[in-house]
Design a protein around this ligand. Sequence first.
Ligand code: 3H9
Length: 689
Amino acid sequence: MSVTKHRDKDIGFVEIDNPPVNAIGQAVRQGLLDAVRWAEQERLTRVILTGHGRAFAAGADAREFDGAPIEPHLPDVLNAIETSDVPWVAAINGVALGGGAEIAMACRMRIIAPGAQIGLPEVTLGVIPGAGGTVRLPRLVGLSDALEIITTGKPLVAADALRTGLVHAVEDDPVDAALAIPGETLACIVPTRELPAPKTDISLIAAAREKVAAKSRGQVAALRAIDVIEHGLDKPFGQALSMERAVFLELRSGEQARALRHVFFAERAAKAPDWLRSDPAEIARVAVVGGGTMGAGIAYALSNAGLTVTLVETDAEGAARATDNVARIIETSLGRGLIDRAGADDRRRRIGVTDDYSAAGGARLAIEAAFESMDVKRAVFARLSEALPSDAILATNTSYLDIDEIAASLPDPTRVLGLHFFAPAHIMKLLEIVRGAKTSDAALATGFALAKRLRKVPVLAGVCDGFIGNRILSRYREAADTLLIDGSTPSAVDAAMVEFGYAMGPYEAQDLSGLEIAHANRRRQDATRDPQRRYVPIADRLVALGRLGKKTGAGWYRYSDTGTRIEDPIVTDIVLAEARSAGVSRTVFSAEDIRDRLVLAMINEACDILHEGIAQSAADIDLVTVFGYGFPRWRGGLLHHADTLGAAEIVRRLGALSLEDPVAWKISPVLLECANDNLELAKWTRAPR
Ligand code: 3H9
């Protein structure tokens, strides 16, 4: 049953029961409509609506969005609820999101439990509220709050829902509270549709539009939501609803909504991979080795998830630095309101810093985040394997080094895996879980269980230089540097990628993270680099001049005392000198050329990564690029975007580029196969089809 109902005397109890989160699919809509008619026929005096389990209702069932809308449509169901002779009261027991919040707004009263949340996150799925949210919410909370709630998609906690006027009360037991409302009180409350719409406030709307435009970088839903809210304000209720519905349906079938749904479902599928059968180890205490920015961030992330951490440094001085690093993260989190004082004390208690490996003896999991050097890593692993129990899982956070080489020196290499966090480790959602040649399923299961506990998006990767994400990043940077020497500029490249939807371009991003790590990697790769491959040494020249990025005041750009980015003629001189010495005749690249080359380079590399089995699926590559590298989410991730271009078209464009440089633009076999078989990359598998 998707909706259950029963009566007790003259009161009806209706419950949405569609586990796990009461998504509103066709059966729920039909069940609610039937319940409206039932309550009227039974001449009930009120209906109390709640959700079974942990949610009130998580919104429309987004799985239905790939097909045509199926009757009864939610707006019609809500009209029936709102205009019924029997008043409905929403007892909001858990999350009420999207269509779930819209159902509640169509009810006469809303009572929310203290731990529940209510909101309209539709824009995060590339649509706008489509069942009256843009029309009813402004009537309930006013224009300013409605604009904020709808354009950010952020749900309100119960106290904020009460403050804004979205709900009438916060009660521990909303059903009991709904029962206790006197009939006369209920009779006095007018349906939401009868409330006057707020007056149009041009400056408020303009400010919202400006704020959204600055953030959206190509994503349309939030801007369309503002249009719809604005136009609905001075229209009759029914007309405003129809306008909203038309825009909702248009966006629902559009490319951006499809891409965002893909990311939403891929993220959830990644958390429980169906191939993983082993049980994870029970982890309560974790040893983290290395208290630099990364190690401290990992330790803090672990403590946030309720784990106890022993943070190991090499000596007392290192331990003092690590203590400072952890303290800084705790203070920043406190300052941003992410944790309260008690939370900060809890994190401090959970993280113990030491220079003595034996203090980590009780840990069943260790994560090494020491200096990126094979010798250092091997020494750390030897000490960990001595200090920790013989079945402890040993993970490295290396970004590039060969995990099999690290594992080879240990008596039991099956316990070794990579857990590649992204900086800042307590904020970035991606976790690459790297399987070495001998890594056991139990070790992998422990990695996935940890990701779940840390609320991260886990992606399985195989061993290669850079795993999935950094390998694609290296190719992206190589293609960008080639554009520079061949005629472009850092600011033109950055601007083109920002226009594509990145928060920043490759050069600005390098200046922020520092140029030295990539430089060290290039030196490590010198011995194995294909001599046929074109090498552009501009970044090496910058590093040689001590230009390591923003922290040194200069990198690809120069920075003023206030941190403003300035184009630097010295960089132009270096680029021109390198072009001369390489005998390049420079040419002009349009923003479209730049975007095309950089995106195609990444797609081609990603397809090689798939082909080599380093990534399991195109969807995994999408998750890596979105959650670790800022690829625009509304494009669905790198290979989802590739599928919108089509493999045949990509092969055609790569073919043209390979005439310029057959080594750098050698077309991936996966692309050729997909182009040949007219197959989406999302559907490509190694197994015989
Ligand atoms: C909308 O409502 C449009 C209307 O305005 C207009 C209509 C006309 N649909 O996240 P979890 C599945 S648009 C389908 O792991 P949590 C999810 O895939 C919608 N499925 O749990 C997963 O499945 P599986 C606006 C959904 O506790 C399972 O439920 N609503 C939906 O971490 C558990 O999910 C939203 O944008 C859905 N809407 O978080 C809310 N929601 O087990 C989207 C969840 O097979 N949902 N599933 O992997 C969420 O934000 C979170 O899922 C929620 C629970 C906070 C509810």
